[in-house]
Design a protein around this ligand. Structure first.
Ligand SMILES: Cc1cc2nc3c(=O)[nH]c(=O)nc-3n(C[C@H](O)[C@H](O)[C@H](O)COP(=O)(O)OP(=O)(O)OC[C@H]3O[C@@H](n4cnc5c(N)ncnc54)[C@H](O)[C@@H]3O)c2cc1C
Length: 489
């Protein structure tokens, strides 16, 4: 034993890097921590380098992972995308993935016993509860904003945009005299998309999302133009996924870069020795070992980055990371032998319920798979999305399974009477770090984080650009570019 110890000491002092339990002399150009879409995208754009991505779970994907029930894949987190732009568009093409546009009606709104289909249906509801001029004023407001809006890091935060970053969405709706139906409807949207309510999130974070929804809406001249929309017929939805869900992208990336990805490996600390990063990991919950790299990208939620990177993050990075707050989120997959909702892909329900949306997991596949439609399916998965009513409220992850399900069934039966009796099984997924909350000031924080450097230590993740799958991918590409510059310097 003593001989082994002396041998190890000699080995270490001779400049070789040795781990505590096994020899791992390999040093990488770049180590990436986290195999969500941000980390995977970073790895994809660094394929000219010697890269290793470490993911603590058994599979990559993070908040965009899928489960399986019999023949049906269902999302546990991210469900759909807007029309993909770079870098997602490029990766989808190069990986040979077939993108599916979600068939109409993609969005259904439930309000006081009635269903309203897609954006024009929602417009009809807003007009019914207010008037046409108010709706056209609202869409005009959104269009003006969208024209001057860019994503981080391109966004120039000045004038009205800078002001909108400092006020809550609720303040914006109130100061513009929008009636209560706007607050009610868009509070559901805000909770579902951001895990926070209109009082909590900045106007600047919500309005571009709403603008995107009303992008093709040219203003309605006459309410009768909307007569047909109640039946749910319109064509393009501009919402996209794949036959097996969004997880198709992380899964394809994992196959593409299999040699550079190590799953089941949790990073516990990153330190710096001379000019190299020392990355301490635990494999399969037992074996601790050390890897080395010239540069590191941390692509985990901000609180994890703050913990594992405490010794190497700059003071400014630590200050900014410490200010990122997260909304908890739970999703529940309900399994049945009979359909629960067959009228559209995403059903948004009234506010003040335990969940805001249900998604029909079979909606896309049943439209695109040959010989497959609702009549030939025998298994069904209905996804229930349960964000908190306030991001400070942990109820949706703290409730035990029994209570969570009981509250979900009550709301479900209110909207779709008798549907809870069809459920024969379920799977619950809880996210402590569901979504980074875009509180007032978050755009300023993101701009500052983009500029803050950690000398070879880079960050990626949705909290750096916007809390979506696509933005997380963009943050990964951005981190890859910064690493290339660093290594080539
Ligand atoms: C319920 C829900 C629904 C959503 N729906 C949509 C949607 O429909 N459309 C959309 O665009 N976006 C959606 N989003 C947002 C989207 O899922 C995220 O923005 C995106 O997936 C974040 O990717 P990421 O790579 O930044 O983080 P993550 O996906 O969280 O990836 C981080 C990875 O790091 C790993 N990790 C953490 N700690 C360590 C460690 N110490 N060592 C090693 N690995 C570690 C984690 O296991 C994880 O795989 C949704 C989010 C949630 C929660």
């Amino acid at each position: 034993m003593r001989t082994v110890l002396i041998f190890l000491l000699l080995f270490a002092s001779s400049g070789w890097r040795v781990c505590a339990e096994e020899a791992m002399p390999k040093s990488y150009d770049v180590i990436i921590v986290g195999g969500g879409i941000a980390g995977l995208t970073a790895a994809y754009y660094l394929d000219d380098f010697d890269v290793l991505l470490l993911e603590m779970q058994d599979q990559v994907g993070g908040r965009a992972s899928s489960g399986q029930y019999k023949t049906i894949s269902f999302a546990r987190g991210a469900e759909y995308l807007g029309k993909p732009e770079e870098p997602l568009e490029e990766m989808i093409e190069e990986l040979g993935l077939v993108l599916r546009e979600v068939p109409a009606p993609a969005d259904v709104t439930y309000h006081q016993g009635k269903f309203y289909y897609d954006e024009l249906g929602k417009a009809r509801l807003l007009i019914n509860q207010s008037n046409l001029n108010t709706l056209n004023r609202f869409v005009g407001h959104l269009t003006d904003l969208y024209d001057s809006y860019d994503e981080i890091p391109e966004l120039t935060l000045k004038g009205e945009l800078a002001r909108l970053d400092t006020i809550s969405a609720k303040q914006w709706f109130t100061e513009n005299n929008y009636p209560s139906i706007f607050h009610e409807l868009f509070n559901v949207t805000a909770r579902g998309l951001f895990g926070a309510n209109l009082d909590e999130i900045s106007a600047l974070s919500v309005l571009p999302e709403l603008a995107f929804d009303f992008e093709d809406f040219k203003g309605i001249e006459n309410v009768s133009d909307l007569a047909e929309e109640l039946s749910g017929t319109s064509g393009a939805t501009e919402m996209y996924t794949f036959d097996n869900g969004i997880a198709a992208i992380p899964q394809a990336l994992a196959r593409h870069m299999a040699d550079s990805i190590q799953t089941g490996t949790k990073v516990t600390a990153i330190t710096k020795v001379d000019e190299e990063f020392k990355v301490t990991c635990i494999k399969d919950n037992q074996k601790q070992y050390i890897l080395w790299a010239d540069a590191v990208i941390i692509a985990t939620p901000a609180p994890v980055a703050l913990t594992i990177g405490a010794a190497v993050l700059s003071k400014e990075q630590q200050r900014l990371l410490g200010s990122v707050q997260y909304a908890p989120y739970s999703t529940v997959a309900l399994f049945s032998n009979h359909p629960i909702f067959t009228k559209g892909f995403n059903l948004a329900i009234e506010d003040d319920q335990i969940f805001t949306d249900i998604y029909d997991s079979t909606w896309v596949a049943s439209h695109f798979k040959e010989n497959s439609d609702f009549t030939t399916l025998s298994h069904w998965v209905t996804l229930v999305y349960a964000p908190p009513s306030s991001f400070q409220d942990k109820t949706v992850i703290d409730l035990d399974d029994h209570e969570l399900l009981a509250r979900i069934y009550t709301a479900l039966d209110m909207v779709l009477p008798g549907s809870s009796t069809k459920v024969i099984g379920h799977e619950i997924t809880r996210y402590r770090y569901g979504l980074p909350v875009m509180v007032p000031g978050s755009y300023r924080r993101m701009i500052d984080l983009d500029k803050a450097t950690g000398e070879g230590l880079f960050l990626a993740g949705d909290y750096l650009i916007y809390p979506t799958f696509e933005a997380a991918a963009a943050s990964g590409q951005l981190a890859a570019e910064k690493v290339k510059e660093w290594l080539e310097d």
